[in-house]
Ligand binder design. Structure first.
Ligand SMILES: *Cc1c(COP(=O)(O)O)cnc(C)c1O
Ligand SMILES: [Zn+2]
Length: 418
């Protein structure tokens, strides 16, 4: 397999750097992003070639920055794009799809995509020790994929994370360190550790490679719609990378000629009100986000107070004619419950956030009711049950007799109907 990536380009000044484990420009601290030889890719790829490959994220490998074959996360991706008619009706929309990465392999979130690229690249670079700073899902994914690859792993998380996200990291044998501090403080510590010990931290020194994995979420949406783009995409935002990469994916598919329609999709960002730096930036018309010092929301996976790609996410949202919104913890729980009741999909708090924000945007008239919307579901609800225990009604309990059961049918005791 040939590597079509040219190097790392600074998003501020455009300077090109060689493919190395670095994440910022030495001149202006701008973030670095992979650049490719798109003409060469266009000559080497076709819809038929992609469609003939196994249904996982590596069917788009010409658009990913590896020199050789992937060695980590070889089965990741290929999740369903669900036509969500019952959810559409509940939201007052005509056409809705749910891109469902709550069932991504192996750790049930879209983070398996970014980790597959980052750790495959980490091996190409020769790192023996890898790690990450995480709000939860990344920790799960780095731990699982690194275990399967036999890499040593250090994972730093805010100490107050959901129990199941910590457990779902430790089980893989990773060294998990709970840090008394916010995600931003954890991230700062990881930056010091990564550069001091020369370890491969997927979202720090490997970040440019990591972020490319998110494009496959967008490639799959376009392919599953029949090689075309939806009019509107609503994406959750934490660091603000995913939303940008979905859009970059569409632009690339057009650029290499796989989709003739230009990319005119409007991008919408979703956050929790308790940590809404990017949504606040868009709504207030500020050019740069104001960092949130003390995030306070049940949606911990999105709780990044000072998002690395916040500036670019807000800019993209404005340029595409989209918008951003944020919702309260109550609305997040309602969103989770609405998606579960209408489509049978149990998403985590980030999914509840995205569904609730979609509802809000429709009610505000920002998303027209007769246009096509893709809602991005990025994580699984089984991991964030802590958020629901007090909110979801417990089942009725009876003795094992018909005499106890039949009064329930009469109605009064059936509590979970809605
Ligand atoms: C990390 C994460 C996101 C957001 O990713 P960014 O690229 O950092 O914006 C969205 N949803 C879930 C469930 C996540 O874990
Ligand atoms: Zn620069």
């Amino acid at each position: 397999m040939s590597d079509f990536s040219l190097g790392l380009r600074c998003r501020v000044c455009g300077k090109l750097y060689p493919k190395e484990p670095i994440n910022f420009c030495k001149d202006d601290f701008g973030p670095l992003e992979l650049d490719y030889d798109y003409e060469a890719i266009a000559k080497n790829i076709s819809r038929a070639k992609i469609e003939s490959r196994p249904r996982n994220m590596w069917r788009y490998r010409e658009l990913l920055p590896l020199e050789g074959e992937p060695t980590v996360g070889t089965q990741v991706g290929g999740t369903p794009l669900v036509k969500a008619d019952r959810l559409a009706e509940a939201l007052g929309l005509k056409k809705v799809w749910v891109k469902n990465d709550a069932v991504n392999y192996p750790t049930l979130s879209f983070k398996d995509r970014v980790v597959a690229v980052a750790l495959s690249k980490a091996r190409e670079f020769g790192f023996k020790t890898v790690g990450c700073a995480s709000t939860g899902n990344l920790a799960n994914s780095v731990a699982a994929n690194a275990a399967a690859a036999g890499l040593e792993t250090y994972i730093l998380v805010p100490a107050d994370l959901e129990r199941s996200k910590i457990l779902g990291t430790s089980i893989y044998g990773a060294k998990v360190i709970g840090v008394h501090g916010t995600y931003d403080e954890v991230n700062r510590l990881c930056t010091q550790v990564a550069f001091k010990y020369n370890w491969g931290f997927v979202n720090i020194n490997l970040r440019p490679f990591y972020a490319e994995g998110s494009k496959t979420f967008g490639f799959e949406i376009a392919e599953d719609l029949g090689w075309r783009f939806p009019q509107h995409v609503v994406s959750p935002m934490a660091g603000g990378a995913l939303i940008g990469k979905i859009h970059k994916a569409f632009t690339e598919l057009h650029r290499i000629g796989l989709v003739s329609q230009p990319n005119q999709t409007r991008m919408y960002g979703a956050q929790a009100t308790g940590c809404n730096p990017i949504a606040d930036c868009v709504k207030s018309g500020r050019e740069r986000h104001k960092p949130i010092k003390k995030p306070n929301t049940i949606c911990k996976s999105l709780a990044i107070g000072d998002p690395a790609d916040g500036y670019f996410a807000a800019k993209l949202i404005r340029e595409t004619g989209g918008w951003a919104e944020d919702v309260t913890d109550e609305e997040i729980i309602e969103g989770m419950s609405l998606l579960a009741r209408t489509e049978g999909i149990f998403a985590e708090t980030a999914g509840g956030t995205t569904v609730a924000v979609t509802k809000k945007l429709v009610e505000q008239g920002r998303i027209p009711r007769d246009e096509e919307v893709v809602i991005c579901i990025t994580g699984n609800g089984l991991k964030t049950q802590d958020a629901l225990f007090d909110a979801i009604e417990r089942p009725v309990e009876i003795k094992p007799t018909l005499a106890d059961f039949e009064p329930l049918l009469a109605g009064e005791l059936v509590t979970s109907q809605s």
